[in-house]
Design a protein around this ligand. Structure first.
Ligand SMILES: Cc1cc2nc3c(=O)[nH]c(=O)nc-3n(C[C@H](O)[C@H](O)[C@H](O)COP(=O)(O)OP(=O)(O)OC[C@H]3O[C@@H](n4cnc5c(N)ncnc54)[C@H](O)[C@@H]3O)c2cc1C
Length: 435
């Protein structure tokens, strides 16, 4: 996709789920949750990078949400009376990705995040509209040409891949800028000089970091923060499908819930290109979608997430409380701890393969790896369902996909690839099977 700013704004504004207009009755319902405020034309309402920003419901006038992550700030959305600002970062506590400015004289109702959450519960019809809008806005930020954080690095650079993976898993708008492309390399030289340390993280024209640790970057974005000195009802370790499910159950019962994960929501399922046997998704769902939906569901009920956070120690003390310690030197206290740290998958037993891990050899098949493999020949090793799905998924991006399987009599030797999976692979112009 290469949308101009004008096209981007038109496409976004056409989405009535993301940008609904509340009726006079809806506006009246908002009033009791916030306070009235006004702004002069050109005045900042909240800045890109603000943490703990509020939601503004516009009563009069227009505001512009500006993208300041590109070279030239551009208005990506213009909101008028009956519309409201904000997205899911009101609840994640991360920094605002856009800059909000009054385009005219503006009168608005300012609502703090905890009052927005209260509104979701006490005004369910209005709340559902607002929540759906927040959710859809994040989807749009992730799938349109909104730039967000620029990660410059080579496709075989392990730290670059880990950084992209962290942002992808946690739904942080970003673009990977392949330095093999001359225009990206030139741009990088202009901003970071001739000897950059990868990955280089850029926001607009600002150089944020060169080769940051994942924790450092996560802290900057607001994904990670020091854990508060409070006792949670439930601390969940791991945010794969089990951890996310546990968190949703706990916080929907009103229990204070903290979820810690080494990378972010999704777990192993987050690496899957398509899951077809999860209840409630008759058409299948990508691992990322499943993770994002579960994450948002938990967030809506008030669960707190911190990542990356590697749990290294668990103790129970005389008072019955559990203490969880992390390698980032954080401590969480919980009345209950749910361990949902999953399993580690079997690695390929081939000499030298570990050295190539994350720089050409991957154990995932998500949009992250797809971007890295774009236009290149790819080999998928394995004869399980995941291998078949990965092969089909990657045919959309790779120059050619070869599925390498042991044994000769297919599909008898590979019963876990469904009949339809075999049919799709054999039919594809871009995939071959090597036995
Ligand atoms: C490519 C692929 C495709 C798959 N497709 C399917 C499918 O189609 N259908 C199906 O049913 N299953 C599928 N699976 C299997 C399915 O994903 C797993 O069964 C499921 O993810 C297990 O969920 P979990 O939450 O128990 O553990 P996991 O998904 O393994 O999640 C564990 C989480 O814990 C975190 N963690 C681990 N240790 C620590 C620590 N010390 N500190 C902090 N965090 C930690 C990890 O980062 C991870 O996020 C697939 C798996 C893969 C890899």
């Amino acid at each position: 996709m290469n949308q101009t700013p004008v096209q981007l704004q038109a496409d976004l504004m056409a989405d009535t789920v993301a940008f609904p207009v509340l009726s006079a009755a809806g506006l009246a319902e908002c009033t009791e949750f916030g306070t009235r405020c006004s702004f002069a034309p050109g005045e900042e309402i909240f800045g890109a990078g603000s943490q703990s920003f509020d939601c503004y419901v516009i009563v009069l006038g227009d505001v512009c949400i500006m993208d300041v992550s590109t070279d030239e700030p551009t208005c990506i959305v213009r909101l008028g009376a009956g519309q409201f600002t904000g997205d899911i970062d009101l609840f994640t506590g991360r920094r605002a990705v856009g800059f909000c400015q009054a385009a005219t004289v503006v009168e608005a109702i300012r609502i703090a995040p905890d009052r927005v959450r209260e509104m979701l519960v006490r005004q369910p019809t209005l709340g559902a509209r607002i929540w759906r809008a927040f959710q859809r806005r994040r989807e749009l930020l992730m799938t349109t040409d909104f730039q967000g954080i620029s990660v410059y690095g080579a496709k075989d650079d392990k730290q670059t891949l880990e950084t992209v993976e962290l942002l992808f898993r946690n739904g942080v708008p970003h673009h990977w800028m392949n330095i093999a492309e001359e225009k990206n390399a030139t741009r990088l030289r202009e901003i970071a000089g001739s000897e950059p340390r990868y990955p280089v993280i850029i926001w607009g024209k600002n150089l944020l970091f060169q080769n940051p640790g994942l924790s450092q970057l996560a802290e900057h974005i607001g994904l990670r923060h020091r854990l508060p000195r409070k006792t949670y009802d439930v601390v969940v370790l791991g945010s794969g499908p089990s951890g996310l499910g546990a968190a949703i159950c706990a916080c929907s019962e009103g229990l204070s819930t903290l979820v810690l994960d080494g990378i972010g929501p999704g777990g192993q399922a987050g690496s899957s290109s398509k899951i077809e046997n999860y209840a409630g998704f008759p058409n299948g769902v990508t691992g990322r979608e499943l993770a994002q939906l579960s994450y948002l569901q938990a967030l809506k009920f008030g669960a707190e997430f911190v990542a990356p956070c590697h749990v290294t120690e668990l103790n129970r003390y005389g008072d019955g409380l559990y203490q969880v310690r992390t390698s980032e030197d954080d401590v969480a206290i919980g009345k209950t701890v749910i361990i949902a740290t999953g399993v580690s998958y079997r690695l390929l037993d081939v000499e030298g393969s570990n050295d190539l891990l994350a720089s050409g050899l991957y154990y995932n098949a998500t949009a992250v790896e797809a971007r890295m493999c774009k236009g290149w020949p790819v080999h998928v090793i394995g004869a399980g369902n995941s291998a078949g799905q990965a092969a089909m998924f990657l045919t959309q991006y790779a120059q050619k996909v070869t599925l390498g399987v042991r044994g000769g009599d297919l599909p008898r030797t590979c019963p876990r690839i469904s009949a339809i999976g075999w049919w799709q692979i054999r039919r594809s112009r871009f995939a071959t099977i090597r036995k």
